[in-house]
Design a protein. Structure first.
Length: 93
């Protein structure tokens, strides 16, 4: 489940991290439930950090590891966009 998000993040970092300067994004996905139980809600937290020296522009965090035929979204979103993430800023969803 988190493997797809990690691959996306790594590919994004490789694209962004070609130079020493600029925006550098790190993303994490955490399951907040103690156990994953069938038929019960899962609570996930996504965080994105810009650890670079300049703003990241037009950032999109997308998680496609929850097929709609198997999961229903109770609240929140699996796709989030930010116009700008400032240097050394952190956003959580």
């Amino acid at each position: 489940m988190t493997r797809m998000l990690h691959v996306f993040v790594i590919l994004s970092l490789l694209a962004l991290g070609s130079g020493e300067e600029g925006a550098r994004l790190l993303a994490s996905k955490s399951l907040l439930n103690r156990y994953a139980v069938e038929g019960r809600d899962l609570t996930l937290q996504y965080s994105i950090y810009n650890v670079g020296s300049s703003a990241a522009l037009e950032v999109e965090l997308s998680d496609d590891s929850f097929p709609p035929e198997d999961f229903g979204i109770v609240s929140g979103m699996l796709n989030v966009k930010w116009d700008r993430i400032a240097p050394l800023a952190h956003y959580g969803t």
